[in-house]
Design a protein around this ligand. Sequence first.
Ligand SMILES: Cc1ncc(COP(=O)(O)O)c(C=O)c1O
Length: 435
Amino acid sequence: MAAVKPTVGISAAAAISIAVISYFLLSNHSSKLRSKQKNKNSANEILNSKKKKKKEGLVSAIGSTPLVRINSLSDATGCEILGKAEFLNPGGSVKDRVAVKIIEEALASGQLVKGGVVTEGSAGSTAVSLATVAPAYGCKCHVVIPDDAAIEKSQILEALGATVERVRPVSITHRDHFVNIARRRASEATKLAAKQREATVMEANDLAEINHDISWQEECLHTLSTDCKGGFFADQFENLANFRAHYEGTGPEIWDQTGGNLHAFIAAAGTGGTLAGVSHFLKEKDPTVKCYLIDPPGSGLFNKVTRGVMYTREEAEGKRLKNPFDTITEGIGINRLTKNFMMAELDGAYRGTDKEAVEMSRYLLRNDGLFVGSSSAMNCVGAVKLAHALGPGQTIVTILCDSGIRHLSKFYNPQYLSEYGLTPCATGLEFLDPH
Ligand SMILES: Cc1ncc(COP(=O)(O)O)c(C=O)c1O
């Protein structure tokens, strides 16, 4: 069994302390001039490398996350169950990688220019990651979300400097679904930029003409119209930069961290980017590595993977005006095939329930001190089901997507859980259905 290599070196804080302590000790070492000079040089090297790192900025702190052995699950199953600690990214989730890749590719292709606005229709982690990294590229961020999304979501995004447009929730097939509005906002911003290039002073009437279909919040108007440099729709579901972020980043990191000694990978899919990028990479490296989906309630992907059929006619996304309560797990599960998911190379799929995810999260807290969000808990449910199916001695990798801190109002709220009959009560792993 390969040991998990320590991945990131030391944290920035630790690096600074080491640099300062080293410098202090070294410069106080008085007796030998030569060794003093040598020490001074190495201290300078440390300080210089620290300076270099500082220059690279926030983006350099994204990725290279540790791969941690989940001791409780590994010991209980006889497998090595390893979790990629993506909650340690600066924006708090696996989506930091995607935000960086989407923005970098858009800038490289010229579809987005410095000063432009990246738009996204999402109340989730991707929006937070885009809002976090956009300023590092000199860009702005505009997020369109359904108005029934928790108010903390807009508050976080606004605190990060994004503009937030809350709209009525409607079906994805409707032109005013928040994803469709986000797409439209990007092209409106691009049109606006073109107009501004023609005439330096934009008349308020022109703006009203472009945005005739919906009344914008004043702040959005202001942000997008002030010196508008155009827009770019991030489109995390269909933009294959999402896949590439994981194919070029997460996948190779997992391969290196396990020394190529892994038997299986399992994750849930929201856009499908993580599952697709990682599975694609691992299969190219070693076709015997098995890759699986773990699917939450209300998602059609399990059926697609196991039976080739996504949903019944009644269940098709777009037939509903608004999704009913499907699952407590946020950010995962979907009822349409995305370009990103279609890149996944899968050997099979498992189903997880809300109850299993809630119980797993508490089990991880009690036994490992791991405080993770609902999708991470579901991924661990999948990892244990897979361990039971494959038998002892296997190395199984999954993703710890974000921290529990993002999930206080539902997943970690006892009152909310009791309303849905999800109050955790297990003491061990007896809550798991093997299938
Ligand atoms: C918290 C969280 N976990 C997991 C996922 C799923 O990842 P992917 O979109 O790569 O399938 C998402 C996607 O939005 C998410 O927000």
